[in-house]
Design a binder for this molecule. Structure first.
Ligand SMILES: NC(=O)C1=CN([C@@H]2O[C@H](COP(=O)(O)OP(=O)(O)OC[C@H]3O[C@@H](n4cnc5c(N)ncnc54)[C@H](O)[C@@H]3O)[C@@H](O)[C@H]2O)[C@@H](O)CC1
Ligand SMILES: Nc1ncnc2c1ncn2[C@@H]1O[C@H](COP(=O)(O)OP(=O)(O)O)[C@@H](O)[C@H]1O
Ligand SMILES: [K+]
Length: 524
């Protein structure tokens, strides 16, 4: 599991060390880690370091200090290092170290000619160390740094061209270490070397896409860190946590998934959703819907028990409601019943409007998992605002600029878990638990892949519904209601792994569902 922290959390953990006068030692350790990654990248690209042209984009604070010390190490290995000072000063010891190692300094804020020279130097470099802003940033890049980065990006070579390598110091400058928001221009990094702990901004969109490979240099702060702000499940976590049958299991103890999906207009959603719940190992899958859809479900997945019942008549461990269920009053009535009841449920697509209404009535709770994509979240937040459950109704651009904020807002306003789907999918639980998964192939962006995710999520939700400690192996934090957020993240991870199971290529949802089975043949 990756545990990530806000900049403020890491700074608080550093404080006792700084008070004991260990700041310079921490900085040297951080800078050494940064220099090692830069050396590795330079060797990969050009075989040797001697003679390489390196530019350090250096800000005025300690982030700039790290970059200057790292630049000094590279200069001692024979690189020609130029520090571009973007502010009115440089970290004094860092600057002295760089000069002592033979590095030079260009004060880029000294007028237009200096700025133009800085831009040329960056574009001509073999490697750029981006050390303008780190955890001390307030907002995005401004002033000279912003002008340089904008001018450089305007002339950035097309893919396949000879662009400089970019290694970011702590975070790509302009990306918030806390939220991943990128307000203003940012130089996309090939690698980001961070210090003390992974920052939340490395795992949150849109900043996560600007970090490249993230490497964490330990500073010995681990014991001083509080509970993380954000977590990401990795392969081993999924293998350890996914609910598995034991020798004494039977289909009901494993969990029955009830699916309220499909309509005369959209029967396919019901087929994909039920198929995925079967393939993800549910003890039993029931489908409720119109006669035509039920018939198709039975033909596609004979394992599924299809009926025209009402949810109140059935005993299931978890519901999946909404995929393709539009324009059908019987389905709407079933959805309302599920939302009003206590049984855990995945609430997708056509059920999100009803969920907003139920939330405004205080009827949802942490066992309900809403799964909007960004467009649907905008709609849900608009409904919630209209119903008086939130104050703000952001547009899509605002949601995409700071998705973590809006996923959290929706979770708090509804009292439910909110899964904001995208290339990086966020899972926000009421109370603050936040997970981020980025496991899927871009080929997942295809109609029906959300229906498949909902089915997979239903299966894992049914497996944990009656077991508050189902995921206790992940830690104390994962007990009780937090298990619903873990279940959601597990499903997102498995759905993502399945999209890559046969290499990178098209993943029509029917094939995706089959790949879920191979992903789940994981070592326990
Ligand atoms: N605290 C520590 O012990 C350690 C800190 N380290 C480094 O220190 C960094 C944090 O250093 P600082 O607290 O000095 O902060 P930064 O270096 O991130 O930035 C602060 C400086 O940038 C200016 N600034 C802030 N926002 C700006 C904006 N939007 N545009 C232009 N200028 C802006 C501030 O006025 C200040 O001078 C970390 O990211 C990390 O790289 C490492 O050396 C490891 C040890
Ligand atoms: N660029 C991308 N990279 C990886 N996964 C993606 C990308 N775009 C979308 N996805 C995933 O694909 C699925 C799409 O779901 P959704 O938008 O509900 O589609 P639909 O309703 O058409 O089935 C989600 O799981 C989402 O996280
Ligand atoms: K930086």
């Amino acid at each position: 599991m990756i545990e990530a922290y806000t900049g403020a959390q890491v700074r608080a953990a550093e404080t006792p060390y700084l008070e004991r006068g260990q700041g310079p030692a921490l900085m040297r350790r951080a800078a050494h880690g940064l220099a090692l990654v830069a050396l590795e990248r330079l060797r990969d690209r050009r075989g040797r370091v001697a003679g390489a042209r390196v530019v350090v984009l250096a800000g005025t604070g300690n982030n700039g200090g790290d970059g200057l010390w790292a630049g000094a190490e590279l200069a001692r290995r024979g690189a020609a290092v130029l520090a571009v000072a973007v502010g009115d000063r440089l970290h004094p010891e860092g600057e002295a170290a760089l000069r002592a190692a033979g590095g030079r300094v260009l004060p880029a804020a000294d007028g237009a000619p200096a700025l133009r020279r800085a831009v040329e130097q960056v574009l001509d470099a073999d490697l750029v160390l981006d050390a303008v802003l780190g955890t001390g940033a307030r907002g995005g890049l401004r002033g000279t740094a912003a002008e340089i980065v904008r001018a450089v990006l305007d002339r950035w070579p097309a893919p396949g061209g000879r662009a400089p390598l970019v290694v970011a110091c702590d975070v790509p400058s302009g990306v918030s270490a806390d939220t991943g928001a990128a307000d203003g221009p940012v130089l996309p990094a090939d690698a980001t070397v961070t210090f003390g702990a992974t920052k939340a901004g490395h795992l949150l969109p849109p900043g996560d896409r600007l970090c490249g490979e993230v490497r964490t240099v330990p500073l010995g702060l681990e014991d001083a860190l509080p509970a993380p702000a954000l977590r990401r499940l990795e392969h081993d976590d999924v293998a350890a946590l996914w609910p598995r049958p034991g020798a004494g299991s039977h289909k009901y103890s494993r969990g029955v998934v009830g699916v309220v999906a499909g309509s005369a207009t959209y029967p396919g959603a019901a087929l994909m959703c039920t198929r995925a719940a079967v393939d993800a190992g549910a003890g039993m899958v029931r489908h409720l819907g119109d006669a035509g859809t039920r018939r198709l479900v039975c033909l596609t997945s004979p394992e599924v028990v299809a009926s025209e019942d009402h949810p109140a008549d059935l005993h299931v461990q978890a519901w999946v409601v909404g995929p393709g269920a539009v324009g059908d009053p019987a389905q709407e009535s079933r959805i309302d019943a599920v939302l009003a009841g206590p049984v855990p449920a995945v609430v997708d697509a056509g059920a999100l409007g009803a969920a907003a209404r139920a939330a405004a009535d205080g009827a949802l709770g942490p066992a309900k998992i809403l799964t909007p994509h960004a467009g649907e979240l905008v709609q849900v937040l608009a409904w919630l605002a209209a119903l008086g459950a939130t104050d703000e109704a952001p547009d899509r651009a605002a949601v995409e600029a700071d998705p973590a904020r809006w996923a959290r807002t929706a979770a708090e306003a509804t009292g439910a878990v909110v899964v904001l789907k995208g290339a990086t999918t966020l899972v926000a639980a009421p109370g603050g638990t936040l997970l981020s998964q980025a496991d899927g192939s871009p080929w997942l962006a295809t109609a029906g892949s959300g229906d498949t995710l909902a089915g997979v999520m239903g299966a894992v939700l049914a497996g944990c519904a009656e077991h508050p400690d189902a995921f206790a192996a992940a830690g104390e934090w994962a007990r009780g209601d937090a298990r619903f957020a873990v279940a959601a993240a597990l499903a997102v991870a498995v759905h993502g792994y399945a999209s890559r199971a046969d290499g990178l290529g098209p993943v029509p949802p029917t094939a995706l569902s089959a790949a879920v089975r191979s992903v789940l043949r994981l070592a326990p």
